[in-house]
Design a protein around this ligand. Structure first.
Ligand SMILES: Nc1nc2c(ncn2[C@@H]2O[C@H](COP(=O)(O)OP(=O)(O)OP(=O)(O)O)[C@@H](O)[C@H]2O)c(=O)[nH]1
Ligand SMILES: [Mg+2]
Length: 454
């Protein structure tokens, strides 16, 4: 555990950049001897020695025996004005496995220690450079899976969760007033206490929703599906490829090319979606193709959004009209494909009502506009409301438990004094949700999940 091993007199290092090999590797070092160690193995190309001043210097890295490791850019940060608050060095060398291994071996020989997960950030906290709440948000930035997550994390600062918690607290204060009345008017007990049930249940429901929001964020709720459907040869696979921007699904002039379902991740409206290419809908005797079509329709039934691709050069069929009718209530767009062909005709007026989009999946004409429409349609999927942090969500679980205890006691018909005490406890736990975050709160959760080098 980080806390037990922490020793600020040690100088630590870690590879802070991604997996090797890579164009560039960044090896960070921080601690009282960081500058000393760097000056022993790095020689500036311009001559002289490395200086202890905020700088970026090009030069050569060598091991302790003087044999060259790499040409490298060295960044010098002087404490306390550095990320960790200590003297810190960044070696930006070539992202080659032997270069980085040799550099790490050299740093160990000099007396530096490999950093633990989150140790740089922990030192930054101890040196007053970063608060536990900031560390926690930083942890969530690494957990984020889609661009929309970043917006939720960065907008926490607007205080909307605090506002929400305060309004829920108001509900409990109302419950308190009701319970206090019940103490004073014992003969009206059941009538008065009954009035507490509704605001309490509402508060419980809203707390559960906020908690759910964090667990959905952290555990990446099932990704929504955008299914492309249509009759064989309409150009579904061509559209699938055009949307993904590369050739993934096999496109062929022979109808029935796609036999099963192909899925790829894509991001629309700041969120992750699974784009699904299905086999064309039609009656088929061929067992294998039939299976593909059925799977396709199952996917369509469970999708959150779907696109019907119509071959605009031959027009819409009764089967396709029936499909729109069947899944009309599910959000969708109709793509009027093959606009590049001379046989292509504008859809008849009635189809405009269901958001028809003309394009050519083959030439790409109209794809950008389709993206814009999808962005518009799909970005409103988000559940509204602020995203709590892990600590807030944990504290909300405690508050929820105390509210549920109160509700159970209320249903059992406990005496109003005892209910009143339980409600006071619920108010306290709810107020604690937005209380200050201490380092102990984030220690296990954040540092355990941080990358080495962060
Ligand atoms: N001219 C033209 N041809 C297109 C367009 N889109 C698709 N095609 C052609 O239409 C044929 C069928 O395209 P696919 O994308 O395989 O159609 P599909 O709907 O996936 O077909 P199945 O998988 O068989 O159900 C291919 O020859 C494509 O090149 C388009 O916008 N313009
Ligand atoms: Mg296909």
């Amino acid at each position: 555990m980080l806390r037990d091993n922490l020793n600020l007199s040690k100088t630590i290092f870690a590879l802070a950049s991604g997996r090797l090999p890579a164009a560039v590797a960044i090896v960070k070092m921080s601690g009282p001897d960081a500058f000393l160690f760097a000056s022993k193995i790095f020689k500036p190309a311009a001559g002289g020695a490395l200086e202890l001043k905020r700088s970026m210097v090009w030069g050569t890295l060598s091991d302790v025996q003087g044999s060259k490791i790499d040409d490298c850019l060295t960044l010098v940060f002087v404490g306390p004005n550095s990320h960790t608050g200590e003297n810190a060095i960044e070696f930006q060398c070539h992202g080659s496995v032997p270069v980085v291994r040799k550099l790490e071996k050299t740093l160990i020989e000099l007396g530096a220690h490999p950093a633990e997960r989150g140790e740089f950030s922990y030192r930054a906290h101890l040196n007053g450079r970063i608060s536990p709440a900031e560390i926690e948000s930083l942890g969530d930035v690494f957990l984020a899976r889609e661009q929309g997550d970043l917006r939720k994390i960065y907008s926490r600062k607007d205080g909307s969760l605090t506002q929400k918690i305060l309004s829920l607290r108001e509900n409990l204060i109302r419950v308190q007033a009701i319970l206090d009345t019940a103490i004073d008017f014992a003969d009206e007990y059941s009538n008065v206490v009954g009035q507490a049930r509704s605001p309490l249940k509402m508060t419980i429901h809203e707390c559960s929703e906020i908690i759910q929001r964090y667990s959905t964020f952290k555990n990446a709720a099932a990704v929504s599906r955008l299914v492309i459907a249509g009759k064989p040869n309409a150009g579904k696979s061509s559209l699938f490829n055009a949307l993904l921007g590369h050739y993934r699904a096999i496109v062929h002039e022979e109808a029935g090319t796609t036999r099963d379902v192909i899925e790829e991740d894509m991001e629309v409206g700041g969120q992750r979606w699974k784009l699904v290419d299905t086999a064309g809908f039609r009656e088929s005797d061929e067992a294998r193709e039939k299976e593909g079509i059925e799977i396709g329709e199952r996917f369509l039934a469970s999708s959150q959004f779907w696109i019907l691709v119509v071959d605009g050069s031959s027009g819409i069929t009764h089967e396709e009209e029936a499909l729109i009718e069947k899944y009309r209530s599910k959000p969708h767009l109709v793509v009027w494909n093959k606009k590049d062909l001379s046989a292509w005709r504008e859809p008849s007026q009635k189809w405009y009502r269901s958001s028809v989009h003309p394009l050519s999946a083959q030439t790409g004409e109209g794809i950008v506009e389709l993206w814009k429409k999808l962005d518009l349609h799909l970005s409103s999927r988000e559940s509204p409301g602020p995203l709590p942090t892990a600590v807030e969500s944990q504290r909300l679980i405690t508050a929820l438990e105390s509210m549920r205890t109160l509700l159970a006691a209320l249903e059992r018909g406990e005496n109003p004094e005892s209910l009143s005490e339980k409600n006071r406890e619920a108010v306290r736990t709810l107020e604690a949700v937005v209380g200050e975050v201490g380092i102990e709160d984030v220690l296990d959760r954040v540092f355990g999940e941080f990358c080495i080098g962060k």
